[in-house]
Design a protein around this ligand. Structure first.
Ligand code: ZN
Length: 163
């Protein structure tokens, strides 16, 4: 019997992510498939939820609203900082991400949204925040996770360890 995708399974998929403007944001077709541990938040919540119950050989289209994807766009999460706040040896570009510390002191990723003279507008919004995510998915493999994979919270490759 073919196992259906459920928590504690390692799942191999090919996927194509298309945004509403028709642009392809990401895809694995033609390259290495994505291998992830289901139920461990390795992928966006809406995709994980809608892949549950699928089986090897299934092919599907999955639509994920922003709230279950990379979040709603929050205009308040923007901040203007001087260029001098960045390492001098880095050529700043729109879309680059940096690790900063949030108000609670925990590491928080930010992305460069705009370069304006000596100022840099950074945002805590993921570049795909506010976007509906349209996935085309093919399920290539489903297997039970090993105890070690469950402990680590991610899938390991066929050659054993990955770290
Ligand atoms: Zn590991």
């Amino acid at each position: 019997m073919k196992p259906a995708i459920a928590d504690g399974h390692v799942v191999t998929i090919h996927y194509r992510l298309t945004l509403d403007d028709g642009s392809i944001a990401d895809e694995s077709f033609g390259g290495d498939p994505l291998v992830y541990l289901h139920g461990a938040q390795n992928i966006v919540p809406g995709l994980e939820r809608q892949l549950a119950g699928r089986k090897i050989g299934d092919s599907c289209e999955v639509t994920v609203p922003p709230g279950e994807g990379y979040g709603e766009y929050d205009p308040a999460a923007e901040q203007t900082v001087p260029k001098t706040a960045f390492p001098p040896n880095v050529e700043l570009q729109v879309g680059m991400s940096f690790q900063t510390r949030g108000r609670n002191g925990r590491p928080m990723p930010v992305w460069i949204r705009k370069l304006a003279g000596d100022d840099v507008v950074v945002t805590a919004n993921h570049p795909m925040a506010g976007q509906q995510l349209n996935f085309k998915v093919e399920v290539l493999d489903v297997r039970r996770a090993t105890a070690e994979e469950k402990k680590h919270g991610h899938a390991h490759g066929p050659g054993g360890h990955h770290h």
